[in-house]
Design a protein around this ligand. Structure first.
Ligand code: BES
Ligand code: MN
Ligand code: ZN
Length: 485
């Protein structure tokens, strides 16, 4: 998509040269007032009952009087916050699917910030994403080839910054979404490793892929235990972006890369099991974030770690009751083979120690319990570090990619007690997202750490089934905030 910024004033919108002019107005008022022709058109539509200044309402006018653009689309936002603006833009862009025109210009009746500009780009890229990898017959997106954001001279600098960040985030989201949408027989651990290699090549990053023998040497008994039921070889992927001096402690991102989660011997019910191809959503979002960061080149060091394998039943698969030794030396009784995410992550979290990280964030479609607790809008945020929690919440707000802090108190740790190992890999059903986080916490004593449970947010089910690319926006904002100034 070709992105442009054009200086214009509310009174000059009528002379903007574009195929379609989109005007976002706040439900409370059309402020500042657009030119008389536009204001009259909107007022007339309201009078005749064709339009309401109410969130979600849109008005389409063909060949609007006194306006150069052949099409005018007015969309009402609940308010002109970046969030309200983004929702209205998304609504307007959805309507474009039924219209002609290649060049779209967007104006907001209100103050435009960097976050508005970023929201426009990510909403636009969302609108034109079509999955085609295994469905080439899918109609190509009715893309708008050119998108122009209209803003005032005073808003220009912020808008330019927002567009650049938006474009990087959108590319990261697109990568994550594209990978997560791929079926399990296409997106194998080897495929993920190859994608990481491609990414590294095009951005000049360092990549390292460990195979089973290397992982055995490191003593990653928990990761190996999960992978052993599958005929697909495991991959342990490490990619790094160096944007700061060597001595600068890196930010480390760890993404759960289960390319298919059948549950293993503790096999899952058949209904919706196909959605477990999305169980590498954490890995996809870590690679997507890496891409966004590599685009923007901030002054920081970033290491991305992806343990990737399948979780399958079979003659060689781990069984309930098996005890394995993790890389940390702690032993684990595998009471449920379907709690595999924490098993591959715990060894990756121990491996992360070697980078002497400034902080570590792990991202995982970890528990169904998190979806029960938070639904599909907020990712679960777990950390004992109030400072990091606040930073993550600030990133969520500016990226419009929400998360919600969950408890991580000592009391929950008891649930992991085992008579046969240092810990079991599951607790009771209640508080399942928290005990999963408590399990991971036992491997993170050497650095500052945040865990994100994205089981509810990484993909959508039902007729809209597909990956979301979340939490790439959240992670990108969070990582960028760690840059040296
Ligand atoms: N990948 C799943 C978590 C999941 C389930 C995400 C459903 C989204 C929707 C994870 O590996 C898993 O199976 N977790 C178990 C843990 C349980 C056995 C303690 C779960 O949530 O049921
Ligand atoms: Mn599982
Ligand atoms: Zn899983």
């Amino acid at each position: 998509m070709d992105l442009h910024l054009q200086i214009s004033s509310p009174e000059r919108l009528t002379s903007v040269v574009a195929d379609t002019l989109i005007l976002i107005v706040a439900a409370d008022a059309v402020e500042p007032k657009p030119d008389r022709h536009l204001a009259d058109t909107i007022a007339d539509a309201i009078r005749r009952g064709d339009f309401e200044l109410k969130k979600g309402c849109t008005l389409y006018v063909h060949r609007p009087a006194g306006v150069k653009a052949a099409r005018l689309l007015v969309a009402a936002a609940a308010n002109m916050t970046p969030k309200g603006f983004k929702a209205a833009v998304a609504g307007a862009l959805a309507q474009l699917k039924n219209l002609g025109g290649k060049h779209v210009a967007v104006a907001a009746a209100g103050v435009l910030t960097a976050e508005h500009a970023e929201a426009l780009v990510t909403a636009a890229d969302d609108a034109v994403y079509v999955y085609r990898h295994t469905k080439p017959s899918a109609p190509p997106p009715k893309a708008f080839a050119k998108l122009t954001l209209l803003c005032s001279k005073a808003e220009e600098k912020a808008a330019r910054r927002g567009l650049a960040r938006g474009q990087a985030v959108a590319q990261g989201v697109r990568l994550a979404r594209g990978l997560a949408d791929l079926p399990g027989n296409h997106c194998t651990p080897s495929f993920l490793a190859a994608q990481a290699g491609k990414l590294a090549k095009s951005y000049g990053l360092k990549v390292q892929v460990l195979d089973r023998r290397a992982v055995e040497k490191l003593g990653m008994g928990a990761f190996l235990a999960v992978a052993r039921g599958s005929a697909e070889p495991l991959k342990f992927i490490v990619v790094r972006y160096d944007g700061a001096p060597k001595a600068t402690a890196p930010v480390v991102l760890v993404g759960k890369g289960i390319t298919f989660d059948s549950g293993g011997i503790s096999i899952k019910p058949a209904a919706e099991m196909d959605e477990m191809k999305f169980d590498m959503g954490g890995a996809a979002s870590v690679l997507g974030t890496l891409r966004a960061v590599a685009e923007l080149k901030p002054k920081l060091n970033l290491v991305c770690i992806v343990p990737a394998c399948e979780n399958m039943p079979g003659g060689r698969a781990i069984k309930p009751g098996d005890v394995v030794k993790s890389m940390s030396g702690q032993t684990i009784e595998i009471l449920n083979t379907d709690a595999e995410g924490r098993l591959i992550l715990c060894d990756a979290l121990t491996y992360a120690e070697r980078f002497k990280p400034a902080l570590v964030v792990d991202v995982a479609t970890l528990t169904g319990a998190c979806v029960v607790a938070l639904g599909k809008h907020h990712s679960g945020l777990f950390t004992a570090d109030d400072g990091l929690a606040a930073q993550m919440q600030a990133a969520a707000a500016s990226a419009l990619d929400p998360c919600w802090r969950m408890p991580l108190d000592e009391e929950y740790d008891e649930a992991l007690k085992s008579n046969f190992a240092d810990m079991g890999n599951v607790g009771p059903r209640v508080g399942g997202a928290i005990t999963a986080a408590m399990f991971l916490r036992r491997f993170t004593g050497k650095y500052r750490w945040v865990h994100l449970d994205i089981a509810g947010t990484a993909w959508k089910s039902g007729t809209a089934k597909g990956a979301t690319g979340r939490p790439v926006p959240l992670l990108t904002h969070f990582v960028l905030a760690q840059a040296l100034s």
